[in-house]
Design a protein around this ligand. Structure first.
Ligand SMILES: NC(=O)c1ccc[n+]([C@@H]2O[C@H](COP(=O)([O-])OP(=O)(O)OC[C@H]3O[C@@H](n4cnc5c(N)ncnc54)[C@H](OP(=O)(O)O)[C@@H]3O)[C@@H](O)[C@H]2O)c1
Length: 297
């Protein structure tokens, strides 16, 4: 019988990717309409107990990096307190739990790709909330054990977004040239890759594989700047007769935002690749897949 997996999140990028490609598992979804995870009364353990899943994936999060600067408490509830409550309930029921974190737990000053053991050093409210979430899950695992995976990922995009992909295509409909930041580097990652990674790790945990995943880095195959990412998007869009704009490469200082962004958060994903024997496809392929689905939508 297919494993029954409860997913927190429904309309988000990764939650939708899980719904579209459930990998042979029976997934059910709890969006904001089911349970508002920021409500002080949110009964996360109760929902998990009532649903009785074989495993839980948390694809819910507060992801509005700039808005987080003015809503630190709500952000912390979603990104630190809610995953801890989920992990506690899963540990009590002895079922696997997979959670997502972000490259923004780092300050971006290392100068080479980050590995899992690098110290967290967030520079904004969102990154701090996700770092505190990771630390809370690690403390729980040290105290009570449990079957958990934390997948740190980066620059997530999908066919329906909202993400950088949709922003670039929307802006290119009205403008011939766009200024895009060229001094922040990361690895654009498809929501499909995030979903596939979570399912692969849940499968290992269900099989009680002795090599516990713990914290793993999983990001797209290609490292680049936002300006490179924009150019790759426009090349793919142009090839399909879609909107495209000229990219003017600008410095972060020319595009001030409420939240400070880390400069270089390229993740080293070799641990995950060795563990599951799989790596995300090149960006061109992942984008082609997205464009194919956007044309179908
Ligand atoms: N987006 C990125 O660029 C990025 C980069 C690195 C890491 N990540 C991490 O990857 C994971 C998935 O991100 P994503 O891009 O899929 O996020 P997303 O598209 O912003 O979706 C957020 C999800 O959180 C749920 N949610 C938000 N507020 C909620 C609330 N008050 N109560 C209950 N649920 C709530 C939403 O529920 P509904 O379904 O009801 O709308 C939605 O499913 C997150 O942990 C994120 O931190 C994302």
């Amino acid at each position: 019988m297919a494993a029954r997996v409860l997913v927190f999140g429904r309309a988000g990028q990764v939650a939708r990717a899980l719904a579209e490609r459930p990998g042979g598992m029976a997934l059910s979804f709890a969006g904001r309409d089911t349970l508002d995870l920021t409500a002080p009364t949110a009964d996360i353990a109760g929902l998990i107990a009532r649903t009785g899943p074989d495993a839980v994936i948390n694809a819910a999060a507060y992801t509005a990096v700039d808005r987080a600067e003015s809503e630190p408490q709500i952000c912390a509830r979603l990104n630190r307190d809610a995953p801890l409550a989920m992990a506690e309930a899963c540990a009590a029921a002895d079922i696997p739990f997979a959670h997502f974190s972000t490259d923004y737990v780092f300050d971006g000053l290392k100068g080479s790709p980050y590995v899992e053991s690098d110290a967290r050093s967030p520079v904004n409210v969102y990154g701090r909330s996700k770092a505190e979430g990771e630390a809370a899950l690690e403390a729980l695992a040290a105290e009570r054990g449990g079957r958990g995976a934390v997948i740190r990922t980066s620059w997530v995009f999908s066919a329906r977004g909202p993400s950088f992909l949709q922003s670039m295509l929307r802006l290119a409909r009205d403008r011939e040239e766009l200024g895009v930041v060229d001094d922040q580097h990361g690895r654009p990652t498809s929501a499909d890759a995030c979903a596939a990674a979570a399912l692969a790790l849940i499968r290992r945990l269900l099989d009680r594989d002795p090599a516990a995943p713990g914290l793993v880095h999983m990001a797209g195959a290609d490292a680049m700047s936002w300006a490179d990412f924009a150019e790759t998007i426009f090349a793919a869009s142009r090839a399909r007769g879609g909107p495209s704009a000229r990219v003017r490469r600008i410095a972060t200082a020319e595009y001030p935002t409420p939240a400070v962004r880390p400069r270089d958060t390229r993740l080293d994903c070799s641990r995950m690749e060795a563990m599951v024997g799989w790596r995300p496809p090149p960006l061109s392929e992942a984008l082609a897949d997205c464009f194919g689905r956007m044309e179908l939508a």
